[in-house]
Design a protein around this ligand. Structure first.
Ligand SMILES: Nc1nc2c(ncn2[C@@H]2O[C@H](COP(=O)(O)OP(=O)(O)OP(=O)(O)O)[C@@H](O)[C@H]2O)c(=O)[nH]1
Ligand SMILES: [Mg+2]
Ligand SMILES: [Zn+2]
Length: 311
């Protein structure tokens, strides 16, 4: 029998409902993690067992939409309550994620604008971003580029190959104890990595020879559990807007800006056109990555334009 995933209890915020808490304590209610959602039924993992049960209709009426990753309490084979979420990521549609593993590969060629948006979304949502460069068996200068430009931006960078198994051990030990979502462009090898780590046999993308972009292969979301690991694969995507972030908050989602933010000459400096900007100086001196800063400008402009359209 497998144990309850380690992050389940830590990510459960205590809801101040005396009756629910009492029933959980007296084991009249069981706490579990929703690992798959399908037409009105939920696959739940709790204390080493899987349950496949519906939810009380009243939850929907109260506007409680149950997502993969949610912690729920249930009894008599029906979900009675959904615990408060510690995070929610619209892009992946998964709740309570603690770590976003952004997977890239030499092929298909990385879209770093998308990578930067995912990093900002991770911070905005309260999760730790890491970058995993897959397909290390194919030679490329990708690892050097990522290490040069992202060492301050993310918690860790891994170089792995789902094909050969290289680097997988290090990635696995880093992920242990967190609820991790794999995210990234289609065909970078997210599912291949999951298959390698969990010994599963999920369908992988047949990279189309013509475009080398691949089609979206993974379409469903399901959490994989094993030995202290809790990982979810998500469908690939190509280009999406940065959601849920305001332009004037963007700079706070760049760890490498942190020591300068709020200290520029102009109060509320956007680090775009203002003079005497410490961020721009740090870019000139090489403390902040030039490429990351250029993409910051692009994202800032996009957010500004969206805001103009809205108001
Ligand atoms: N050379 C090499 N190819 C790999 C590696 N990992 C995955 N691939 C190939 O990359 C292609 C895409 O793999 P998937 O695992 O389906 O990619 P995905 O990111 O899950 O794609 P979506 O589900 O569409 O988002 C497949 O043809 C894999 O065989 C690797 O480490 N090295
Ligand atoms: Mg996939
Ligand atoms: Zn500035």
């Amino acid at each position: 029998m497998r144990a309850t995933p380690p992050s389940l209890h830590s990510r459960r915020k205590f809801v101040n409902d005396g009756d629910f808490n009492r029933r959980i304590k007296e084991k009249l209610l069981i706490l579990g993690t929703v690992c798959k959602v399908s037409a009105n039924k939920y696959k739940i993992y709790a204390d080493g067992e899987f349950y496949f049960i519906p939810a009380r209709g009243v939850l929907k009426l109260r506007g409680k939409d149950i997502k993969v990753g949610d912690v729920v309490s249930f009894s008599n084979d029906v979900i009675e309550n959904v615990e408060e979420r510690s995070s929610f990521f619209p892009r992946t549609n998964v709740a309570n994620v603690g770590m976003i593993n952004i997977v890239i590969a030499p092929l298909p060629e990385p879209d770093f604008l998308l990578v930067d948006k995912m990093i900002a979304e991770a911070y905005a949502g309260g999760a730790k971003p890491v970058i995993t460069i897959n397909k290390a068996d194919l030679s490329s200068g990708l690892a050097d580029y990522v290490k040069d430009n992202y060492s301050l931006a993310v918690s860790a960078v891994f170089c792995v190959s789902a094909e050969t198994g290289e680097g997988i051990k290090e990635l696995v030990s880093f992920m242990r104890g967190s609820f991790v979502a794999f995210a990234g462009q289609s065909a970078v090898g997210k599912t291949s990595l999951i298959n390698r780590i969990f010994g599963t046999d999920k369908t992988v993308n047949s990279l189309s020879e013509k475009t080398l972009r691949g089609r979206h292969t993974t379409t469903s979301r399901e959490i994989h559990f094993s030995d202290g690991l809790e990982v979810i694969d998500t469908p690939g995507f190509s280009s999406v807007e940065l959601c849920g972030v305001k332009s004037n908050e963007l700079d706070k989602l760049y760890p490498e800006f942190e020591q300068f933010v709020g200290k520029c000459y102009y109060v509320g400096c956007s680090h775009t056109a203002e003079p005497d900007c410490l961020i721009k100086e740090a870019v000139s001196s090489g403390t902040i990555s030039y490429d990351r800063y250029q993409r910051y400008l692009t994202i800032y402009k996009e957010l500004k334009e969206n805001e103009k359209r809205k108001y």
